[in-house]
Design a protein around this ligand. Structure first.
Ligand code: GLA
Length: 357
C-alpha cells in the first residue's frame, strides 16, 4: 500500500485537528450531500457553503420567484450534522439574473441616459436588492451565521481613484449598493450574523490597501462589516506567505475578523507548460511541492488563529473544482487540476499529511 491509498475516512479529521483554532469548511454542490462525498464532509469538516446554489441566478431566477430547494437541502444537511454555514453570496458583478438589470419597461438600465430615469432605476435596483436580501436572510437567519454580503467589489485596474469595480451595480448606484446590501443583511439576518466583504488577491498591494480604504470609509459611515473574506485561490508557491500574513494582520488591526473563504492550491501556474489528464499522471514531485506549500500555509494560519475564524476549501476533492474547467479549457478537453488535499477518489494526498502534522 502506498501512502496515497489511504482513504480519507481512515485518518485524523481536519476539523478535529484544528478545533482549537478555526472551523474547517468545504464548498458543496447538492450532489455532495449523498454517498461517499457526504461521508467525507461529515468526517472532516465542521462548516459548509454552497459553491453555486446560493448565487442570485439560482436562488431568485425570476423576480419574486425563489428557488430554495438546493439551499434548503444544504441547510438541512448542516443542521443534521451540526455544521456551521456560510452564505455565498448576496451580491456579485458576475452572474446577475437578467431581471435585476431591466427597468420597469424591460429596457437595460445601463443604457438609460436621462438623469431622472437613471435615478428612478437606481431606486428600483436598490429596492430589488433589499427585497432579495430580505427574503433570503429572513428565511435563513436562524441557520446561517456567516454571510458573504458582497463579492469582488474592488478592481485595481478600474479607472476611478478608489479602484471600485465598475460593475453594473457600481454604474447604477455608486457604492450605495454595498451600503444597502450590508444594512439589509444586518436588518434581516440579525445582530448575531457575521457580515463579510469577500474578495480575491487580498494579499496583494495595492489591492489590499484599496479594499481597506473602502471598508474604513463604509464603517465610518455606519455600515456593519464584521470581516474580510479572503478567497485565497492560490498556486504552489504563490502568493508568498509573508504577503498573506501582512494582509491578515492589516485587516485585524482595524478590528476585522478574517475568514479564508475559497481556498485551493492549483498545481498549475498562470501559464502552465503541461496539463495533466488524470490523477495518475501528476508527478509525485509536484504533489510534494504542493504539500510543502499547504503545510507552510496552515502553519501560518495556525499562528494567526486569533485573527482567523474559519478556513473553507473551494470544493472537497480533486474530482470536482472550478479549476478543472479551467484545465479543460487550457488543454482542449482532457486536462484536470488537483487543488485539494483529497484526490479524485477521496484518498489523502501528501498535502493532507502536511496540514495535519
Ligand atoms: C469566485 C467566486 C466563486 C466561484 C469562483 C470560481 O471566486 O467568488 O463563487 O465562482 O470565482 O468561479
Amino acid at each position: 500500500m502506498t501512502i496515497r491509498d489511504v482513504n480519507a475516512l481512515e485518518t485524523q479529521a481536519l476539523a478535529e485537528r484544528y478545533k482549537d483554532s478555526f472551523s474547517i469548511g468545504a464548498a458543496l454542490e447538492p450532489e455532495h450531500l449523498e454517498g461517499r462525498s457526504a461521508d467525507v464532509v461529515k468526517f472532516h469538516f465542521n462548516s459548509i457553503v454552497a459553491e453555486n446554489a446560493m448565487k442570485a441566478p439560482n436562488i431568485q431566477p425570476q423576480e419574486g420567484v425563489f428557488n430554495f430547494e438546493e439551499t434548503d437541502r444544504i441547510v438541512q444537511f448542516a443542521k443534521e450534522n451540526q455544521l456551521e454555514l456560510r452564505f455565498h453570496t448576496l451580491v456579485w458583478h458576475a452572474e446577475i439574473p437578467e431581471w435585476f438589470t431591466l427597468d420597469k419597461n424591460g429596457q437595460e438600465m445601463m443604457e438609460e441616459t436621462d438623469p431622472l430615469k437613471r435615478e428612478e432605476n437606481k431606486q428600483l435596483l436598490l429596492k430589488r436588492l433589499e427585497d432579495h436580501i430580505r427574503v433570503i436572510a429572513s428565511r435563513y437567519r436562524e441557520d446561517i451565521k456567516y454571510w458573504d454580503v458582497v463579492n469582488e467589489v474592488i478592481d485595481e485596474n478600474a479607472g476611478n481613484s478608489k479602484k471600485l469595480r465598475e460593475s453594473f451595480w457600481y454604474e447604477l448606484t455608486g457604492t450605495d449598493y454595498i451600503k444597502t446590501a450590508f444594512l439589509a443583511t444586518r436588518k434581516y439576518a440579525g445582530e448575531d450574523a457575521k457580515l463579510f466583504i469577500n474578495e480575491f488577491n487580498t494579499e496583494m498591494e495595492p489591492k489590499r490597501s484599496y479594499l481597506l480604504e473602502l471598508v474604513k470609509e463604509l464603517m465610518a459611515d455606519g455600515v456593519p462589516i464584521d470581516g474580510i473574506g479572503h478567497q485565497s485561490h492560490y498556486t504552489i508557491g504563490w502568493p508568498p506567505l509573508q504577503d498573506i500574513e501582512e494582509s491578515i494582520l492589516l485587516f485585524s488591526s482595524f478590528g476585522l475578523d478574517n475568514q479564508i473563504t475559497e481556498l485551493d492550491v492549483s498545481i498549475y501556474s498562470s501559464e502552465p507548460e503541461k496539463i495533466y489528464g488524470s490523477d495518475d499522471e501528476i508527478p509525485e514531485e509536484l504533489l510534494q511541492e504542493q504539500a510543502k506549500y499547504y503545510g507552510d500555509l496552515f502553519e501560518l494560519y495556525e499562528e494567526l488563529d486569533d485573527q482567523i475564524s474559519s478556513i473553507t476549501f473551494w470544493g472537497l476533492a480533486d474530482n470536482r473544482s472550478w479549476l478543472n474547467f479551467r484545465a479543460q479549457d487550457l488543454s482542449n478537453g482532457n486536462g484536470k487540476d488537483a487543488p485539494f488535499v483529497f484526490d479524485s477518489y477521496y484518498n489523502v494526498k501528501p498535502a493532507f499529511w502536511a496540514i495535519v502534522k
